[in-house]
Ligand binder design. Structure first.
Ligand code: PLP
Length: 223
């Protein structure tokens, strides 16, 4: 069996240079993260606050921790001191809370808005229209301790590659539209976080510059 660090190396060889790889380590032990870290990987993604807390405590401090899952407002305070990027902001209320906790920690926290584009009903996130209108309405501009750095989405969990492609294409189009209309002054609005183990080659074709890959690197998750 290959080590996480070997698989990361292979994935990176095929990724365009401007695409960042977040290694999604949720449900995998710190020892596997250490192997990836030894190979040079620094960006890791987690989706449970408690698990992230435990790993952050024991692992090297120069890891960039990405929170990729649904985040409850009452848990923001735990990760606010160190989280590098929060991928799935889906309400103004959550962004306000992140701003408040960032201010308490005397820092600015980078965030992405989560676009709901997949057909699955249960997933969180703004629809295309909701996201456009939220950005347009502009309340976020009053929050000085957060930066909206881009968009994040997940495609439907289906075999049909044409469907997956059309979903990522919608995300790419929305990103370009709102960048041009509302983020011309914000040079940090650059991140397009889409693509996971099964669909990242398609995501990269449709504008992704940050892929979140878990099981392909670390194997099936042990819950
Ligand atoms: C788990 C997860 C991933 C990684 O999924 P894999 O299919 O294991 O690559 C990516 N993004 C989010 C939001 C996740 O929850």
């Amino acid at each position: 069996m290959k080590n996480p660090s070997q698989i990361i190396k292979e994935i990176k060889q095929d990724l365009p240079l401007d695409v960042q790889l977040v290694a999604v380590s949720k449900f995998h032990p710190s020892s596997m993260i250490e192997d990836a870290y030894a190979g040079g990987q620094r960006l890791f993604g987690e989706n449970h606050v408690q698990e992230l807390q435990q790993k952050h405590e024991v692992l090297p401090k120069d890891i960039e921790w990405h929170f990729i899952g649904h985040l409850q407002t009452n848990k923001v305070k735990y990760i606010a001191p160190y989280v590098h990027l929060i991928h799935a902001v889906d309400t103004h209320k959550l962004l306000q809370e992140i701003n408040k906790q960032a201010e308490k920690n005397n820092r600015i926290i980078d965030c992405l808005l989560e676009l709901h584009i997949a057909q699955e009903e249960t997933k969180y996130g703004f629809s295309v229209d909701e996201l456009y209108n939220y950005v347009k309405q502009g309340e976020w501009k009053q929050l000085n301790n957060v930066r909206i750095c881009g968009l994040m989405c997940m495609a439907s969990n289906v075999e049909d590659e044409a469907q997956i492609a059309s979903e990522f294409q919608k995300a790419e189009k929305l990103f370009n539209t709102i960048k041009k209309e509302f983020f011309t002054q914000q040079d940090y609005f650059t991140i397009r976080s889409w693509g996971m183990s099964d669909d990242y080659p398609i995501a990269v074709k449709y504008g992704s510059n940050m892929v979140r890959i878990g099981s392909k690197i670390f194997g099936p998750r042990v819950c």
